[in-house]
Design a protein around this ligand. Structure first.
Ligand code: ASP
Length: 454
C-alpha cells in the first residue's frame, strides 16, 4: 500500500485499492454504463473493474447470457440462430452508440459465430457476454482489458484452481494500476473456456480483490444492500448495515441471496471486506460484510431467513438415553441412502431428525425399515410440511432474553413452535414451524426485533 500526502487537510492519506464488480442490471444499457462510469470516476481508488454481461433493462427483457445460451444451443445443433445472434449484437450496438464510442465489435462477432458453429461449448458461449462487455467497458473508461481466460484457471473437475489463479493474476496485475477483467469465466488447462455457475461474476470480483490485496471489494447491484428478511414476506424490510461472513453464510444457507455463495472464500482468506452497493442509488451506504467487527449491530438480530419443505422423523424408545451408539446407528441409516440431515433435536427418550422432504420422500419406507432394524425403536413417526427459520445475529450473544422474545412473539401470533435449536455459537436460533405458519412467524419475529426496536 502506498502512502501519499494529501493536498489539503491534516495527517496522512492512504491510497486505497478497490475492486468494483457491476452486475448485469447495472450494465444493461448505455444509461446504466454512464452511471457506472460516474461511480468509478468519483473515487480514484476504484481501479479494478469486473463487469457482468448486460442484464435485463426491464422485467420483460432478456439477459444477454440467456440469449447466448439459446443462440449456441440452436447453432450447435444446426438450428436457426441468426435472429438471436442479431438480438445480442443489437444489445451491444445500442450500448456502444449510446456511449458515443468508436468501437467495432463485428470481427469479434464473426469469430463468435464461427466458434459456435464449430461447437466451442456452452461455457464458451455464455462467457462471451462478459467478454464483450469487458471490451466495451475498457474502451469507455480508457482502462486496459485483461481477458479472464488468461488469468483465471479451473481444474479438470470444474473447481477453481485458486492458488494457480492467484499467482498468475497477481503477477499480471502487479504492474497495472487499473484494469477491466470480465467476470464469470476463466479457462481449463486445455485452454477451453469454463464458467462459474450462474451469477459467478461475484466470484471473479472476489478473486481479483484477493490477488491485488484490495482494501475493499465493492459489489454493485440494483438493491441498497442485503435486507434483514425476505421482501416477499415483510414489506420494505430494513437494510443490514454490517454483517459478518459467518452470519451471511448462515442466512444464505437458509435462502437469503445477495452474493454467489463461492464469492466469500477468496476475500475471506485475506480479510477483505465486501460492500454491497446500489448503482441506482450510489449515495446509499449499502451493506458491509466483514470478518469480525466491534461495531454494535443496530438490532439484536442481524437477519431472518428460512425455507419450507422439511419433514421430521420422530423416534421414541424407552431408555434411549442409556443406549450407547443409538444416534450413530440412526444416522448411519440416513447416510446409507445419501440423505443429509439438517437438525437433530433430542429429548430423554426421543430423537428427531429434520431432513429435506424432497430428498427423503423416495426413500421414506426404506429408511423407516432401516431404523427399525438398526435400533429397534418403540415408535417412528413422520411429520411433513415443516419450515425452518433461522434467526441470526452476533448481538444475540450479549443480550439476554432473545429466545424469550422470539417465543412470546410467536405465541402472540398464534404460531405453534415445532422445534428449537440454538447453535453453540449463541448467535443463531433455528425454529421449526408448519409451512403454513412460515410467513406469520417471520413477520412476528421481524416486528419484535426490528419494528419495535426502531
Ligand atoms: N452473466 C452471468 C449470469 O447471468 C454471470 C453473472 O452475471 O454474474 O449468470
Amino acid at each position: 500500500m502506498k502512502m501519499v500526502l494529501p493536498v489539503q487537510g491534516g495527517g496522512m492519506e492512504i491510497e486505497m485499492k478497490k475492486v468494483v464488480k457491476f452486475g448485469g442490471s447495472s450494465l444493461a444499457s448505455a444509461k446504466q454504463f454512464k452511471k457506472v462510469a460516474d461511480i468509478i470516476r468519483s473515487d480514484k481508488s476504484r481501479r479494478y473493474v469486473v463487469p457482468s454481461a448486460p442484464g435485463k433493462r426491464n422485467s420483460k427483457d432478456e439477459k444477454v447470457t440467456d440469449l447466448l445460451y439459446a443462440c449456441y444451443e440452436a447453432a450447435s445443433q444446426g438450428g436457426s440462430y441468426k435472429k438471436t445472434l442479431e438480438k445480442i449484437k443489437n444489445r451491444y450496438l445500442d450500448i456502444i452508440d449510446g456511449l458515443g464510442l468508436n468501437l467495432n465489435l463485428d470481427p469479434e462477432f464473426d469469430k463468435i459465430e464461427e466458434n459456435f458453429l464449430a461447437k466451442a461449448g456452452k461455457d464458451y458461449a455464455a462467457s462471451r457476454g462478459e467478454y464483450l462487455n469487458g471490451i466495451v467497458m475498457a474502451e469507455y473508461l480508457g482502462f486496459p482489458f485483461v481477458d479472464a481466460a488468461e488469468v483465471i484457471f479451473f481444474n479438470e473437475d470444474g473447481t477453481l484452481d485458486a492458488e494457480e489463479t492467484n499467482r498468475e493474476l497477481s503477477e499480471r496485475l502487479e504492474g497495472m494500476d487499473r484494469a477491466v477483467i470480465p467476470g464469470f469465466y476463466g479457462s481449463l488447462k486445455s485452454g477451453a473456456v469454463k464458467t462459474f455457475s450462474r451469477g459467478g461474476s461475484d466470484v471473479t470480483g472476489s478473486i481479483v480483490a484477493r490477488a491485488i490485496h484490495a482494501d475493499m471489494y465493492e459489489n454493485w447491484t440494483d438493491v441498497s444492500g442485503m435486507l434483514v428478511t425476505d421482501p416477499r414476506v415483510v414489506d420494505d424490510p430494513e437494510v443490514i448495515e454490517t454483517i459478518t461472513y459467518k452470519e451471511l453464510r448462515e442466512l444464505a444457507y437458509m435462502g437469503a441471496s445477495v452474493l454467489h455463495e463461492d464469492a466469500i472464500f477468496p476475500v475471506r482468506k485475506e480479510g477483505i471486506p465486501i460492500n454491497i452497493r446500489n448503482t441506482n442509488r450510489p449515495e446509499d451506504k449499502g451493506t458491509l460484510i466483514v470478518e469480525s467487527t466491534c461495531r454494535k449491530p443496530k438490532h439484536t438480530i442481524t437477519g431472518i431467513a428460512g425455507k419450507k419443505g422439511f419433514c421430521s422423523i420422530n423416534i421414541e424408545k424407552a431408555m434411549m438415553n442409556s443406549e450407547v451408539g443409538f444416534g450413530r446407528k440412526v444416522l448411519s441409516v440416513f447416510e446409507q441412502y445419501g440423505i443429509s440431515f439438517e437438525h437433530m433435536p433430542s429429548g430423554i427418550d426421543t430423537m428427531t431428525i429434520y431432513v429435506h422432504q424432497s430428498e427423503f420422500e423416495d426413500f421414506e419406507q426404506s429408511v423407516i425399515a432401516g431404523i427399525h432394524r438398526a435400533v429397534n425403536p418403540d415408535t417412528v413417526e413422520l411429520e411433513s410440511d415443516l419450515a425452518l427459520i433461522a434467526v441470526v445475529g452476533r448481538g444475540m450473544r450479549s443480550n439476554r432474553g432473545t429466545a424469550g422474545r422470539i417465543f412470546s412473539a410467536l405465541a402472540h401470533a398464534r404460531v405453534n413452535i415445532k422445534m428449537i435449536d440454538q447453535g453453540s455459537s449463541e448467535w443463531n436460533i433455528i425454529i421449526g414451524v408448519k409451512n403454513d405458519d412460515f410467513e406469520t412467524a417471520i413477520r412476528a419475529i421481524y416486528d419484535i426485533f426490528v419494528t419495535a426496536e426502531l
